[in-house]
Design a protein around this ligand. Sequence first.
Ligand code: UDP
Length: 406
Amino acid sequence: MPGINDYVPIVGANVIDELKLLGSLLKGKTVQNINSTSVGGGVAEILNRMIPLMNELGVDARWDLIKGGEKFFNITKKFHNALHGVKTDITSEELEHFKEVNRQNAESIFFNGDIVFVHDPQPIALIEKKNQIGKKWIWRCHIDFSNPDEKLWSFLKGYVENYDVSVFSAPAFARQLSIRQVLLSPSIDPLSDKNKELDENYITSVFERFEIDRNRPVITQISRFDYLKDPIGVIESYKNVKKYVDCQLVLAGGGATDDPEGEKVLSEVREKASGDKDIFILLLPPSSDLEINALQRGSDIILQKSLREGFGLTVAEALWKKKPVIAGAVGGIPLQITHKYSGMLTRTVEGTSYWIKQILNSPEYGKKLGINGYEHIKNNYLLTRHLREYFLMFLSLFNEGDIIHF
Ligand code: UDP
C-alpha cells in the first residue's frame, strides 16, 4: 500500500511536509470513525484509504461499524431517499426501531476515540452517548442535502445539534444549525488500485474478459444499482444514441451492505436492457478496484447521470483518468465539472444523448474536456487536501477560540 511519501511526486514535498507537521500536532489523539458499511459506496471507499495514511502521519485513526438487521437498513435506505427529496413515508414505529438499534450499538461499541467521527445518518443517534462519556463528536454528512424531507430533517436535527461540529460536502447542503458547520469535499486517492496508472495490456485483458469490443465506442457508468443514479435513464440515453452511432454501454456496479434496494433496481435494469447484446450489465464483487479502474480508463465516455448525488466520487475518478464525463448537474457534481470546460452537465435523457453524440463525433473535444477535468481534480480533490482539512478540523476541536485557516 502506498505510503505518504509516495504522494510527493504528485502533489509536491511542501504539501506532504505540512501534513506531517499537522499530524505531529495531533500525536496521541485517537479518531474513531463510525459508519454502517465497510464495502460499497463512497464513505467506505474514502475511509479505506484515509485511515492507514492518518496512522502513518501519527494520528491514531480507527474504524468501527454499527450493526443492524434487514429492517434497520430498509429504514435507513428510506431515510437516504427522503433526505434526497424522494417522497417517502416513515412511520413512528420505524423511527423507534432506528433509535433502538442505535441504542444497542451505543452499548456494544467501545468508544475509545478522543474524537468520535460519525458518518451519515445511520449511526447518528449514537450521539446520545455523549452525555455519559464526553469526548468530541463530529457528524459528517456525505449525502445530497439540498432538498431534504423536512419532517425527517427535523427529527435528525435533534441529534445533529448535539454534535460539536457538522461537515457537509458542498455549499448547497449547508443547513440552519446551532452548531458549527464545515464545508469539506471528499477526495480520491491517486495511488489506490482504483485510480493508479494501469498497463494498457491489463486494460485490454479486462475488456476481453467481459467481452466488450474496444474497437467500437464504449460508454460506461460505474455505480451502485440505485434509482438515484438513474441507470434506466442511462439506458434510454444510450438507446437514443445507438440509432446513430454503433456504440456499447457498460453499467457496472456492486451492492453496498447497507443498501437493500439494489437487487430490485438491478432486475429493472436487466429488463430494460434485455435483447441488446451491446449493453453490458456487470455485477462486480467488492474487490474489483482494478477492474473498475480499467473500465474507466478503457471507455470513451464516462456517465454519472445521477438525479441526486452527495459528491460523486466516480466523477472525480473518471476525470483523474482524463476522461470526458457527462454527469447530472446535482449535488457535488457541479463542483467538479464546469460545463463544456471540464465535462458536461446534464439534467435530462435527451441532454445526455445529445452530449454523448457530440463527444463521440469530436473525440479531440472530448480529450480536451478530460484534460481540463484532470487538472481540476489534481488541484482540488485529491486525498492530501482532504487529510489537511480533516487535521485542521480535528485541531480546531482541541483549540477552540484559535483561528484555523483552511
Ligand atoms: N464503486 C465500486 N464498486 C461498485 C460501484 C461503485 O467500487 O460496484 C465505487 C466507485 O468507484 C466510487 C464509490 O464506490 O469510488 C461510489 O462513490 P460515489 O460518491 O460515486 O457514490 P455513492 O455510492 O457513495 O452514492
